[in-house]
Design a protein. Structure first.
Length: 122
């Protein structure tokens, strides 16, 4: 059940990362509103993967695999944008924003794990 949510968020991230978006030209590429969206998206993705690996798949090393898979998705999408898509480009700041979202997940993962262990509906 939670795997579907994680998969859906991942598909949504892939879609938004590959579709041609017509956004205004950036004057300062290191801080834009889209960087907040990147961080939030990867925080949500990492959290959903962590919950799915814990509850659906019962992984002992869920946190490690969440970090690896989330970062790998971000890196792979940036590489695809830079090498295969003519309408997108590789952006280091996007990768940093993705990583920052994952870092926020790392800091909140103990709290999420505690909430999962105390949840009565699961």
């Amino acid at each position: 059940m939670f795997s579907i949510a994680a998969y859906s968020i991942g598909v949504f991230i892939v879609f938004l990362s590959t579709v041609a978006l017509h956004l205004p030209i950036k004057e300062n590429p290191c801080f834009e509103v889209d960087k907040l969206a990147h961080g939030f998206a990867y925080f949500c993705f990492a959290t959903s993967v962590f919950v799915a690996l814990n509850l659906d798949w019962k992984f002992e090393t869920a946190k490690k695999w969440t970090i690896i898979s989330s970062f790998s998705l971000g890196l792979l999408l940036e590489i695809v944008q830079g090498s295969l898509l003519s309408h997108r480009s590789f952006e280091v700041y996007d990768l940093l924003a993705n990583t920052l979202g994952i870092v926020f997940f790392i800091f909140s993962s103990k709290r999420v794990k505690k909430l999962l262990s105390n949840a009565v509906f699961l």
